[in-house]
Design a protein around this ligand. Structure first.
Ligand SMILES: [Zn+2]
Length: 225
């Protein structure tokens, strides 16, 4: 059975609500000052904030957890992130990746000029994820979390049994990437990213939901792997 996927765009970041048997899983918590947008989205969808049972952070960059504190206050849901990036959130740190290629380096330069650090609020993480696959059955979701490093060492993806993969910044299909879907233009290591794409393909990913840009067919990965 295909589970319901509800995109919730918080400023520049695509977040997602996945409806499970006993509530919702939220993928990522947006950049700073986007909790009002989130609250309005829930109102529009007639979703009770208390029905959100877990907040899964794909990785520790600012635009994925900047509103975590407010969203946790609203939902009372526990937040989970890979153990490597738990401290980034708990200490309110702004870690920027390196740029891949000339354009990537320009993008990182622009990020460095943004006053991000002052907008971040250190927020407690409730679940430190390790690198083993983790079934989401406990939360009524038919799917699992998979360690998919490359953009950052602690990047993880949610793969539903029906083939939809929520990959954070492991790939993208919109600005600042130019052209069609493919690798993120910033990240730790492009070869590790490609290895992670292969992991997702082997695990049955069919449709990729990036945090920036529209969903795309996982076959796009074939030309890079
Ligand atoms: Zn990122």
């Amino acid at each position: 059975m295909v589970q319901e996927i509800i995109p919730v765009k918080l400023k520049m970041t695509n977040c997602f609500l996945i409806r499970g048997n006993s509530g919702f899983l939220l993928v990522d918590a947006g950049p700073p000052k986007s909790s009002d947008l989130f609250r309005q989205a829930l109102l529009g969808l007639s979703i009770d904030p208390a029905d959100i049972k877990m907040i899964f952070l794909t990785h520790g960059h600012w635009d994925h957890w900047g509103s975590l504190r407010d969203i946790k206050d609203l939902t009372a849901a526990p937040a989970a992130i890979n153990h490597r990036e738990k401290e980034w959130v708990e200490k309110g740190e702004n870690h920027l990746p390196g740029g891949i290629g000339t354009w990537g380096k320009i993008v990182v330069g622009l990020m460095k000029a943004m006053p991000i650090k002052s907008q971040l609020t250190a927020t407690g993480i409730d679940i430190a994820l390790n690198d083993e696959d983790l079934s989401m059955e406990t939360y009524g979701i038919k799917g699992r979390l998979i360690h998919t490093p490359g953009h950052t060492d602690g990047s993880m993806s949610l793969l539903l049994d029906s083939g939809e993969a929520f990959v954070g910044d492991l790939a993208m299909s919109g600005f600042p990437r130019l052209g069609g879907p493919g690798p993120f233009v910033v990240g730790k290591d492009i070869n590790t990213m490609k290895d992670s794409w292969q992991i997702l393909l082997d695990a049955g990913a069919r449709v990729i939901y990036p945090s920036h840009g529209k969903p795309f067919n996982a076959e796009v990965f074939d030309k890079y792997c």
